[in-house]
Structures are given as C-alpha cells and as structure tokens.
Design a protein around this ligand. Structure first.
Ligand SMILES: Cc1cc2nc3c(=O)[nH]c(=O)nc-3n(C[C@H](O)[C@H](O)[C@H](O)COP(=O)(O)OP(=O)(O)OC[C@H]3O[C@@H](n4cnc5c(N)ncnc54)[C@H](O)[C@@H]3O)c2cc1C
Length: 312
C-alpha cells in the first residue's frame, strides 16, 4: 500500500510529531514523505531511519499558506498514487487535511490514536472520555494522527530524496511577521509538563512553576482562564480549546480539573495534582494527588528534584 506522509520542515528541522507520523505511515505501507522549505538533505535523510523510502521536497516553496500546502500534498498524492495520506493533527494538519479531503474527495479521520484495524481507525471522542472507531469508505483515505499518541520508531532504513515541484501557485495571504513562543521546549512535544491555574492567584507567582519546570527540564502550561486574563501566553493554554498534550508527566497545581481542561491532558501517562481542596475534580483523574498549598508544595518539589539530580 502506497502511503504519503506530509511533514513540516519549514524551519529546517523535523519535529517529533513528524517522526510519529512517518512511523505511523510505515505501519500501514510504503512511505513517501512530502515536504517543502529549506531542510537540508542530512536532516531529511534521518526520516529514512523512521521508515520513509522516498522524500519529495519542494524547495521553491518555503511558505505556510494552507491552500498552497493543500496543492502540494494533492499533487504528491496524485503522482505517487497514494491510497492513504497521513498528517500530524497539529495546527498545519488541522488546516490542510480537511482542505485536501475536499480537493481529493477523500474521507478524513481526524485525531487518530492507533493504526487502522480491519479498516477502522480509533479516535478519541467526548473530550477523550471514550474511543470511537471510524471506517473510511473512499478509495483514498486521509488520517491525521493525534500528536504523542504514537512513539517514533527507528527502523534503520534510508530514503531517496527527490526535488519536487508542487505547482502551488501564488499564496492567497502574505505572512508579514511570525513570533515564536518563548521557552526552549515546545509544549506539544514536551515529555514533562508543569502547569498551573487560577489557584496561583496572579502572574507574579509563576516563578515557582518555572523553577520546578527548570529543575525537571519540563515545559510550562496553564489553564484557559489564566491565559484569557493575560497571566500567561495563549500558547501555554492546554485543554479542549487549547493545546492537547500527552506527556509522560503532567503536574497540575491550582487547577480544578474541569472537563474542558482534562480533555487536553488526560492522555498524559502520569498526572500529579496539587490542590488545597480535597474535593477538586482533578483528583479523580490523578495518579498522584497532593492536598496542599501550591505555594508550599511547588518549592519543596523543586528542592527535592534538585537534590535528587545532584545526588545522581
Ligand atoms: C467551551 C469551553 C471551553 C473551555 N476550554 C478550556 C480549556 O481548553 N482549558 C481549560 O483549562 N479550561 C477550559 N475551559 C474553562 C474550564 O471550564 C474551567 O473554567 C477552567 O479550566 C478552570 O481553570 P482553573 O482550574 O485554573 O481555575 P478554577 O476553576 O478557579 O480552579 C482553581 C483551583 O485552584 C485551587 N487552589 C486555590 N488556591 C490554591 C493553592 N494555594 N494551592 C493549590 N490549589 C489552590 C482551587 O481549589 C481550585 O480547584 C473551557 C470552558 C468552556 C465553557
């Protein structure tokens, strides 16, 4: 089965979710990757290690216009005869996969969490409280993979790199400036996340969250109201209407655990909740719960992590 995987390599790098998508594609069939931008051959060659057999790169198109990206992937799909097209369900995948679905008249499963079994693809439904199984009946199928639901696997292959003209035409929009989120660890890729909510009482108290994140090497996140009132930047907001994450460890301090928050974090492997209210709903979803004041507990955890790291 011929599988096409779109990956974003615009900034010359390949993110973890791109490796997840290639690994996922490899489980389905023979993978051709399509990408654009300026990634060097050495960077792209790494994809062979994750199962890509061929990489089509359009270096003449370095933009992120979603309509142009749709044309790029559509052309690659037609020229490779791909029967399954895989995206990561990140911001680009969410924008391009539905457009491609219309253009190719191909059924789309958004937010897959596993490889198809008997033609059915598992997805999270009801804000992650249940699974659904979706069967796509069109000849060409599009699947967007939920980030962090699938571990990248090295298979030790190598990929042929080919220049590709996606014939994407003119951009409908011009991006005048972009501002990258600050912080060294991108939240969607973070394995460890320290997050806080309104229980922190104000932005001036975030130092204790950042200290613990710094000691652990974790990314920071927050609940939606915290971003809405401007205590923290919007790109840190996790949940149903924010970023969905699935880290190995999610530490939540001063967050009540509303269903809309849980929707974005309940795929985390281990959840630690710190809350003064022992009735806080988040404790029901927690693997470890600390009934206590975040202002006392967070600095003590930071101290303990530092001690542990110094001794090991
Ligand atoms: C359509 C819709 C979409 C939404 N999407 C999202 C979303 O994507 N993400 C999201 O987060 N929310 C979302 N919400 C909002 C959500 O319903 C909750 O209102 C929100 O998550 C609550 O944020 P919070 O837990 O920080 O604040 P609160 O609900 O005010 O909870 C604060 C918690 O801190 C505890 N606390 C207080 N002081 C301390 C202390 N010193 N130490 C420790 N604990 C303390 C309190 O006991 C309480 O449990 C959405 C709501 C709607 C209607």
């Amino acid at each position: 089965m011929s599988v096409l995987v779109y990956i974003n390599s615009n900034d010359g790098k390949i993110a973890k979710n791109a490796l997840e998508a290639v690994t996922y594609g490899k489980k389905i069939g023979n993978v051709t990757v399509v990408t654009n931008g300026s990634a060097g051959d050495d960077v792209l060659a790494e994809l062979g290690n994750y199962g890509a057999e061929k990489i089509l790169i359009d270096r003449s198109f370095n933009g992120s216009d979603e309509q142009q990206l749709t044309k790029l992937v559509a052309k690659a799909a037609t020229s490779t005869g791909a029967k399954t097209i895989v995206f990561s369900n990140d911001l680009v995948g969410k924008a391009v996969a539905p457009r491609l679905s219309v253009r190719l008249k191909a059924g789309l499963v958004a937010g897959a969490t596993d490889v198809p079994t008997d033609g059915k693809v598992r997805v999270n439904v009801f804000s992650g409280k249940a699974f659904g199984y979706v069967e796509v009946k069109t000849d060409v199928k599009i699947i967007s993979l939920l980030p962090n639901s699938f571990q990248p696997e090295q298979v030790g292959g190598s990929a042929a790199i080919e220049e590709f003209n996606g014939e994407v035409g003119e951009a409908a929009i011009t991006v005048k400036a972009t501002k990258k989120p600050e912080g060294s660890i991108p939240l969607p890729e973070a394995e460890l996340v320290v997050s806080a909510g309104r229980g922190l009482k104000g932005p001036e108290h975030w130092g204790i969250v950042e200290d613990l994140a710094g000691a652990l090497g974790a990314a920071t996140a927050c609940s939606r109201p915290v971003a809405d009132i401007g205590w923290r930047p919007h790109h840190e907001h996790v949940g149903q209407t924010g970023v969905a994450i699935r880290p190995n460890l999610y530490i939540a301090a001063g967050i009540s655990g509303a269903i809309q928050h849980l929707a974005g974090v309940n795929g985390s492997k281990t959840i630690v909740v710190i809350n003064t209210d022992e009735e806080a709903p988040f404790f029901k979803a927690a693997d470890y719960g600390i009934v206590g004041d975040a202002f006392e507990v967070l600095p003590r955890l930071t101290e303990a992590v530092k001690k542990f790291k110094a001794a090991n």
